[in-house]
Design a protein around this ligand. Structure first.
Ligand code: SF4
Length: 384
């Protein structure tokens, strides 16, 4: 099992996505180009990009910080990278043109000349024996806005228009790797795991279900599934036999439990990426500006949970189905915290703009700051 950059060339591997993400298109928000991120340049691309820079076919839009070269070469490059793209003193990629919001590599050399990281953001893929499952990081504002859409029912779809067959960057599960664990002492088969993944998404799509009820329902279902015995049939049969009745649960009246989970999440963030502490007044902001509005945003919140349940890396990095549910719980806790932060900073009650920003910041921490395997290890304690 490894995290891999994309390789060129089409693949016959089937692709799956959530219906709400299936027609994703980049709206050039520029967020991914101005976030002070490392952008590795693959070996083959390095040669063509270097030539394009030498001939003037591509010209950087910004000045590299400290007079650095445009393509930075060093000893500590990631595997398969020949260089990193330089950044400006404000953390923009040197190829990002602020005036137009365009990437000059994309504009002047085409999509295929983009580094793999840029071609694949905001996609988060898992490649396993079933095919490629793609969810999105909602740090991308366009992806975050898709959580609010009401024009499409929530479900898993195959052959999504936005994601044609390709070798997507992400978590690659080889035939030698273990399938997801049902619990620390039993492996699932892929049919059983597919059934559980579809069950989680279907639960998120139930009429009128609240995000808290999804967590309570899936917690009950995961605990029932852990009692599975081979004598009673397949794991997929056991998933099909799970109760269809929701477990009721109220929205949180305080932020206390979510702040505890937030502190736990931060343990998976490397020291040099740790955000400055900024939790003062969040409990008050939650009580006064989030708790009363929370039910109104049931739809995007339940869809956010579905986007975490589907194409889950935790399924492969954690120690059972209860770990996956624990990860969903942590993700929702993080949205409460980030929604409260937006409300506190804006000085107004939760609205769609603030919640969208809350989703963005939650996924920034979950997908771009924290180490996924460390998160999964921490959440796996629930299996003991
Ligand atoms: S190379 Fe282009 S798409 Fe990639 S980060 Fe730079 S400006 Fe953005």
């Amino acid at each position: 099992m490894q995290e891999m950059a994309a390789k060129g060339g089409p693949s016959a591997r089937p692709v799956y996505a959530l219906s709400i993400h299936a027609d994703y298109q980049c709206h050039q928000s520029g967020v991914c180009c101005t976030s002070d991120w490392d952008v590795p340049v693959e070996v083959a691309l390095y040669r063509s990009l270097e030539q394009a820079l030498a001939t003037g076919a591509v010209r950087p839009a910004g000045e590299p910080h400290n007079g650095d070269p445009i393509l930075l070469i060093g000893d500590d490059l990631p595997d398969e990278a020949a260089a990193m793209v330089a950044r400006t003193s404000t953390g923009d990629c040197v190829f990002y043109h602020r005036g137009s919001g365009l990437c000059v590599v994309h504009r002047d050399a085409g999509h295929q000349q983009l580094p793999a990281t840029c071609q694949h953001f905001p996609r988060l893929a898992v490649r396993d024996g079933r095919g490629t499952s793609i969810t999105l990081t909602h740090y991308c504002p366009t992806a975050a806005a898709m959580l609010f859409r009401e024009d499409v029912a929530l479900e898993i779809v195959d052959a999504p228009a936005a994601f044609p067959p390709a070798e997507y960057e992400g978590l690659v599960i080889t035939p030698e790797d273990w399938p997801p664990l049902l619990h620390p002492r039993m492996l699932m088969d892929l049919a059983g795991y597919s059934a559980w993944e579809r069950h989680m998404v279907a639960c998120c799509a139930r009429d009128g279900i609240s995000p808290e009820s999804i967590l309570a329902t899936l917690d009950r279902d995961a605990r029932q599934l852990r009692r599975y015995s081979r004598a009673t049939g397949s794991i997929a049969d056991a998933v099909a036999a799970l109760p269809q009745i929701n477990v009721p649960a109220d929205p949180h009246r305080t932020l206390d439990a979510s702040l505890v989970m937030y502190a736990d999440l931060l343990k998976a963030v490397p020291a040099d990426m740790m955000p400055e502490p900024d939790e003062g007044g969040l409990d008050l902001a939650y009580a006064n500006g989030v708790a009363g509005q929370w039910r109104e945003w049931r739809l995007p919140l339940t869809r956010f949970l579905a986007a975490k349940a589907f194409a889950s890396w935790t399924a492969y990095q954690g120690r059972g189905v209860l770990t996956i549910v624990r990860g969903l719980e942590a993700a929702l806790a993080l949205v409460r915290v980030e929604a409260a932060r937006q409300v506190r900073n804006a000085g107004r009650e939760l609205d769609s703009d603030l919640l969208r920003e809350g989703f963005r910041q939650a996924d920034f921490l979950l997908n771009h700051l924290a180490a996924g395997d460390e998160l999964a290890e921490g959440w796996s304690k629930v299996e003991d």
